[in-house]
Design a protein around this ligand. Sequence first.
Ligand code: C5P
Length: 224
Amino acid sequence: FQPKVLLGQHVLVTAGPTFEAIDPVRGITNLSSGKMGFAIAKAAREAGAQVTLVAGPVTLETPRGVQRINVKSASQMLEATVSYADAATIFVATAAVADWRPAHASGQKIKKDGSGQTPQLAFVENPDILATVARSERAQRGELYCVGFAAESNDLLAHASAKRLKKAIPLLVGNIGPATFGQDDNALLLIDDKGVLEMPRNSKLNLARQLVAEIAKRLSRVTV
Ligand code: C5P
């Protein structure tokens, strides 16, 4: 039984990788499984919240009672997230958004022409969805509590603390290595203006439930 600590809240979650098209049959993506974000959506729903889950291309089952919006690219994820952010009171960004996308997606499949020449891909930077939402007026006024995730290979605490300030969010959650992509468990480090809380290795669902409880505690006191 989960206490309904998020009753009356509307939680928006991004999850999974994004897929950036090169041509109609090819693209660039990453190994994010979406499991942590889906676990957070489920835990938030259990805690009584209305939940919207903006999901990149993953085949995970939608948690019961959760509204799921499927997207592919970072641009689509930004558009969906920004539109649902208006109604949300909590935003948790777990998606592994591609940092770059091909500058020009070809409308037709790129063919080998037999000359041995390889295509040259140029990239443009993708929008930072979390930073965009965190800059919004409602987030600035403390009406939309923003939570970010960080996966760092080294110096987690220093890098994650810096990321929290750079993105101007009240709570940053660090994945404690080694890489957790695709696995069912994780260990987390919660960083806010008060300090650091470590959540030891556990299933992603149990960690999501603990995280939801920690977010609920912080809702009344939003400080970046
Ligand atoms: O800067 P970095 O990608 O390490 O930040 C990770 C956090 O920012 C995660 O919460 C991720 O979901 C979010 N993010 C985002 N849009 C991006 C890049 C990261 O929402 N383009």
